[in-house]
Design a protein around this ligand. Structure first.
Ligand code: SF4
Length: 902
C-alpha cells in the first residue's frame, strides 16, 4: 500500500510578489508544485517560473562540500579556518577590514544572524546586500516621505483601484502573478484603467489601455508636471503639510513644467497623450502607482520615487483602499533584509545607525558593546575598498556579484586582489566561485527553512520539503558556526531558526517604542510548533500575542512615522538634477543622432531587464529546460532604423563597447525599442554565454543618496562584427565554454544545445566542432555526415550516434541557421534516431525559424500557431480560445498580444 503524499506549504524563491507554493512529495520521491490557494499574495496562481520549480530540483550543478582553495574539507575545518583568518585580519587591520556582501535571497533568519555577527560582534557596519541594486532608492524615498521604509499599499489595492499606473515596470514579465491579478480585475471591471509608462513596447504595455513611451530617464519631469497639473486643478489636500513644505515642493515641480506642450516635447510624447494621462490621474481618486527598476536603477532613482510619492501625498491618495504608491521588488526577501538591518546604512528593526540611543538599545539587547557609529560601506563601496586594499576579507552570501554588480571588470580585479574571499553558494554555476578561497555549500530553496517578506509587507514561511544535498547547510547555521569559532558562542547558540525569529521579534518590540513603524510584538513568544504552522501575515503586528491575519493598512489614520506624525513631500527637480550631473548623464538632453555624431560610431543607450522565464543569473531557472525555450539566447534588441544607420543586421552580431568593457551579442531588430536605445536581458553571464554579463558595460554612476547603480543608463558604441561561420551544436555532455568567438549554452532534456559563431569560414568551423564532438564522445560513436545546399547556402551537418542512440548533432552554415530548434531541444530524449529521417531533417531548414519556440509553456503553443490563429481574428480572447494558450497561468498573455500586433 502506498504511503499518503506529504504536502508542504512554502513560498516561491524568485520575485517580490512572494507567491505561496504547495509542494506535494510522492512516495516515489518526486515533487509536484502548485500554487497555494490559501496564500493572500497569489490565491493559487503561479507564473511560468513558479510552475517549473519542481524541474529545478536537479542536483547535477550543486555544490556539496565545503572547500578551502579548491580542496574539499570538513565543515568544522572550513568554519574554523574562516574564523581564524577573520580574527587575524581584525587584530591587524581592525574590524572595518571585514565585509559581508549578502543578498535578498537569504531568509530573514539568515540575514538577522549575519547582521548580528558583523555589526554586533565583529564591530563593523560593512554589510550590504544585493537589494542595494534593486530597492535602495524607493527605500530612501519612503523613509523621507513617511519617516520609515514602509510600503503603504497591499496587492488587493490593485483590485480596488480605478486606475493603475505602471511606471518603469514590465509587470507581465517581472511580477507576473500581480499582472494576472490586475488583468483578472480588469476583466471583471473593464472600467479599471491601466496606463504603462515605459520607453519600450513590452508585454505589459500591449495589454494596457494607454502606453506613454516617454524618453528614457524623463520620469521625474513627467511626475513633476503631473503634480503641477493636480495643483492647478485644485486637487491638493494640504492639511498634512506645512506651508513651507508645500511651497518648496510645488516650486521645484514648477521648474520642470512650463506648459503641457513643453513637457511633452521634453519627454518625447504627443501632448494629447500627456494631457490624457494627467486628466485620468486627476479624475480617478483611487490610483495605485506601481514602480520598479525603470525608476529605481537611475542616477535620479530617489528623486523619481519621491516625485511619484509626492503626487499621492498632495492629493491624500494614500492609506486608503485602492490607492497609493507601490515600489515592487524583484527579490524574494529584499524587504526582510531591510527589516533586520542587512544594509550598511541601517540597524535592525528600522533603527538608525547614527542614533546613539538606537545603538545602545541594540547593543543592550545583544549584550555587546561593539556597535560602531560609522555607517558601513554600501555594495559598490565595499568592492572599491577591497580594490584599495582597505577591506581584506569579504564573505559573499547567496549572490553572484561577478554577474550582477556594475562595472564587472572592476569587481573581478577587486576580488583577485582580496586576501580572503569566502562564498556561500548552492550552485556550481555562479561566476563568483572562480574567485573564492573558501566555499561554503549552502542549502537552497526546498532544503532550507525560515521566513521572507514580500512586496506588500507580508511575512511568509519558506519551509524545507527535501533533505539537504550532500553536506549543504542552512545559511544561518553556517554563520553561527563561524561566530562560535570566533568565540561568540553564547550569542549564536541557536538550535533552530524559530529561536532566531523569536529573538528578532523581541528586538522589534523594543525598537517599536522609538520607530513607531515596524513591530512583530505579536510573535515574541513564538515556539517551534507555532513557527512551523505559521500562516502568512502583514506587518506591523504590535499588539503582544495578538497576531492578525487580515490585511493591515498603514497610514489609514493619517499618522506617519515622522517626528511630528506628518508626511513630508520632498522637493525634487529634473532641471536642477540635469544641471548638477556630470557629462556622463547629458545623454538625457541629446537625441540619438547627435550622440552618434559626437561619437562617430553609433553611441546608444543600453537598457537591460528581465526575460519572461528567467530570474536573476539563472543559476536555478536554467535547470528547468522548459524555461529556456522562450528566450534561448541573450539577443540585443535594436530599432530597425538605427540598425540601418549603423549597418547592423537581424541575427548577425554587434560588439557593444564602452570604457568599462565589451560584449558580443546577437542582434534582434525590433520597433519595441525607440531609436537611440538598445535592450538586452540581464540574466546571462560568462558561465553560459561568451558575451558575459551585460553589467560589464555599466559604469559606477549611481544615485547619490541611495547608492543604487544606474543600470539602465549605459552608453555604448555598437559596431557590426562579421562572423562568417554560424553553427548549432547538440551534446549530452556539459561543456563549460566553446572555442568560438560567440556561443550561448541552453540546457535541453538530457543535454545541452549551443548557438555558435566564429570568424572561421564555415568548413573550418565545422571541422573544429567535429573534433570537439568526437572528443566528447566514446570510440563507439559513429559520425554520419551530410551536406545540403539551400537558397544558395551550404549546410554542413553531422549526426553522432552510439548504436541507434543520438549522442550529438552539429550543423554549420554561413548565416543564421534557420533550423526548427524545437526538434533539437527534444532530440536527445528520443530513444533511437532513424538516420534517414534525421538526414532528411538536416537537409531541410525550417520554413519558419521561430515556429518552434513556445509562447505558452502550459499548453505548448508556439509563435507560428498564434500567427495562424491571428490570421482568423485579432481578438486576444478568441485567439486564446482557438489555441488554448493563455488560459492556465496567464504569463504569456502579454506575449500573445505582442505577437498579434507584429
Ligand atoms: Fe514566483 Fe514571482 Fe512567479 Fe509568483 S510571480 S510564482 S513569486 S516568480
Amino acid at each position: 500500500m502506498s504511503k499518503p503524499s506529504k504536502v508542504v506549504r512554502t513560498t516561491c524563491p524568485y520575485c517580490g510578489v512572494g507567491c505561496g507554493v504547495k509542494v506535494t512529495t510522492t512516495e516515489q520521491g518526486s515533487y509536484a508544485v502548485s500554487g497555494d490557494p490559501l496564500h493572500p499574495a497569489n490565491f493559487g496562481r503561479l507564473c511560468t517560473k513558479g510552475r517549473a520549480l519542481g524541474d529545478t530540483l536537479d542536483s547535477s550543478m550543486r555544490l556539496g562540500f565545503a572547500q578551502i582553495n579548491g580542496e574539499p574539507v570538513r565543515w568544522n575545518k572550513a568554519t574554523a579556518y574562516v574564523a581564524n583568518r577573520f580574527q587575524k585580519i581584525i587584530k591587524q587591520h581592525g574590524p572595518d577590514a571585514i565585509a559581508f556582501y549578502v543578498s535578498g535571497q537569504l531568509l530573514t533568519e539568515d540575514y538577522y544572524v549575519a547582521n548580528k555577527l558583523i555589526k554586533g560582534f565583529i564591530g563593523s557596519n560593512n554589510i550590504d546586500t544585493n537589494s542595494r541594486l534593486c530597492m535602495s532608492s524607493p527605500a530612501v524615498a519612503q523613509k523621507k516621505a513617511f519617516g520609515s521604509d514602509t510600503v503603504p499599499v497591499s496587492y488587493c489595492d490593485l483590485e480596488k483601484s480605478d486606475l493603475v499606473v505602471l511606471v518603469g515596470s514590465n509587470l507581465a514579465w517581472c511580477h507576473p502573478v500581480l499582472f494576472q491579478r490586475l488583468n483578472a480585475a480588469k476583466a471583471e471591471r473593464p472600467d479599471l484603467k491601466i496606463i504603462v509608462i515605459d520607453p519600450r513596447v513590452t508585454a505589459t504595455s500591449r495589454l494596457a489601455d494607454y502606453h506613454l513611451a516617454i524618453k528614457s530617464g524623463t520620469d521625474l519631469a513627467l511626475f513633476n508636471g503631473l503634480l503641477c497639473y493636480l495643483v492647478d486643478q485644485g486637487l491638493v489636500d494640504k492639511k498634512y503639510f506645512s506651508p513651507q513644505n508645500c511651497q518648496q515642493t510645488i516650486a521645484a515641480a514648477r521648474s520642470d513644467f512650463q506648459s503641457v506642450e513643453a513637457l511633452a516635447k521634453l519627454i518625447a510624447i504627443d501632448k494629447n497623450e500627456l494631457l490624457s494621462f494627467f486628466q485620468l490621474f486627476a479624475t480617478n481618486e483611487k490610483v495605485v502607482s506601481v514602480f520598479s527598476q525603470g525608476i529605481n536603477q537611475s542616477t535620479m532613482g530617489c528623486d523619481q520615487a519621491s516625485a511619484i510619492i509626492n503626487c499621492h501625498l498632495i492629493t491624500n491618495r494614500i492609506g486608503r483602499p485602492g490607492m497609493g504608491p507601490l515600489a515592487i521588488t524583484g527579490q524574494p526577501n529584499a524587504m526582510g533584509g531591510r527589516e533586520v538591518g542587512g544594509m550598511a546604512t541601517s540597524l535592525a528593526a528600522h533603527l538608525a545607525i547614527e542614533d546613539s540611543g538606537a545603538r545602545q538599545l541594540v547593543g543592550d539587547f545583544w549584550q555587546s558593546d561593539k556597535l560602531n557609529s560609522q555607517p558601513g560601506k554600501t555594495a559598490g563601496e565595499i568592492f572599491d575598498a577591497i580594490d584599495a586594499g582597505k577591506i581584506k576579507a569579504v564573505w559573499i552570501m547567496a549572490t553572484n556579484p561577478l554577474a550582477t554588480m556594475p562595472n564587472v571588470n572592476k569587481i573581478k580585479a577587486a576580488l583577485n586582489r582580496c586576501p580572503l574571499v569566502v562564498v556561500s553558494e548552492s550552485f556550481a554555476t555562479s561566476d563568483t566561485l572562480e574567485y573564492a578561497d573558501v566555499i561554503f555549500p549552502a542549502a537552497p530553496w526546498g532544503e532550507k527553512s525560515g521566513t521572507v517578506t514580500n512586496g506588500e509587507r507580508r511575512i511568509s514561511r519558506q519551509r524545507a520539503f527535501m533533505p539537504a544535498f550532500q553536506q549543504s547547510q542552512r545559511d544561518w547555521w553556517i554563520i553561527c558556526q563561524v561566530a562560535r569559532a570566533m568565540g561568540f558562542g553564547k550569542a549564536f547558540g541557536y538550535q533552530h531558526e524559530s529561536e532566531i525569529f523569536a529573538e528578532y521579534a523581541a528586538l522589534t518590540e523594543k525598537a517599536f517604542e522609538s520607530t513607531g513603524s515596524f513591530s512583530l510584538a505579536a510573535l515574541t513568544k513564538i515556539d517551534r510548533k507555532r513557527y512551523d504552522s505559521l500562516m502568512p501575515f502583514q506587518w506591523p503586528q504590535h499588539q503582544p500575542e495578538q497576531l492578525s491575519f487580515g490585511d493591515v493598512r498603514v497610514f489609514a489614520n493619517g499618522k506617519f512615522h515622522t517626528d511630528n506624525g506628518r508626511p513630508n513631500m520632498v522637493p525634487v527637480s529634473f532641471q536642477s538634477r540635469q544641471k548638477s550631473m556630470s557629462n556622463g548623464a547629458q545623454w538625457l538632453n541629446s537625441s540619438s543622432s547627435s550622440l552618434s555624431a559626437q561619437s562617430g560610431h553609433g553611441l546608444l543607450t543600453l537598457n537591460s531587464g528581465r526575460s519572461r522565464d528567467h530570474w536573476h543569473t539563472m543559476t536555478r531557472t536554467q535547470i528547468a529546460e522548459r524555461l529556456n525555450l522562450h528566450t534561448a539566447e541573450p539577443f540585443v534588441w535594436i530599432n530597425p532604423d538605427d540598425a540601418r544607420q549603423f549597418a547592423l543586421r537581424n541575427n548577425e552580431f554587434v560588439q557593444l563597447k564602452n570604457d568599462f568593457g565589451e560584449s558580443l551579442r546577437k542582434i534582434k531588430l525590433s520597433y519595441q525599442v525607440k531609436r537611440g536605445e538598445l535592450f538586452s536581458p540581464m540574466h546571462w553571464s560568462l558561465s553560459n554565454h561568451s558575451g558575459g554579463s551585460l553589467n560589464q558595460l555599466v559604469g559606477d554612476d549611481c544615485d547619490p543618496e541611495s547608492k543604487q547603480p544606474a543600470f539602465k543608463q549605459a552608453l555604448v558604441a555598437a559596431n557590426p562584427i562579421e562572423l562568417p561561420g554560424q553553427a548549432m551544436f547538440l551534446t549530452r555532455h556539459f561543456i563549460s565554454s566553446m572555442p568560438t568567438k560567440y556561443w550561448a549554452r541552453q540546457k535541453v532534456p538530457q543535454g545541452y544545445l549551443f548557438y555558435l559563431a566564429d570568424t572561421l569560414p564555415v568548413e573550418n568551423l565545422f571541422n573544429r566542432l567535429t573534433v570537439l564532438l568526437q572528443q566528447n564522445n566514446s570510440s563507439e560513436t559513429q559520425m554520419h555526415h551530410f551536406m545540403s545546399d539551400e537558397n544558395n547556402e551550404r549546410h554542413l551537418s553531422l549526426i553522432a550516434t552510439e548504436k541507434t542512440r543520438l549522442v550529438g548533432f552539429l550543423t554549420a552554415c554561413a548565416s543564421h541557421i534557420k533550423l526548427d530548434s524545437s526538434w533539437l531541444t527534444q532530440a536527445l530524449t528520443e530513444a533511437t534516431v532513424s538516420h534517414a529521417s534525421a538526414a532528411t531533417f538536416t537537409l531541410r531548414p525550417s520554413q519558419n525559424q521561430n515556429g518552434g519556440s513556445p509562447l505558452c509553456l502550459c499548453v505548448n503553443v508556439n509563435r507560428e500557431q498564434i500567427r495562424q490563429a491571428a490570421a482568423q481574428t485579432n481578438e486576444l480572447q478568441q485567439i486564446c480560445e482557438l489555441t488554448g494558450a493563455g488560459k492556465a497561468c496567464g504569463s504569456c498573455l502579454g506575449d500573445l498580444a505582442l505577437e498579434i500586433a507584429t
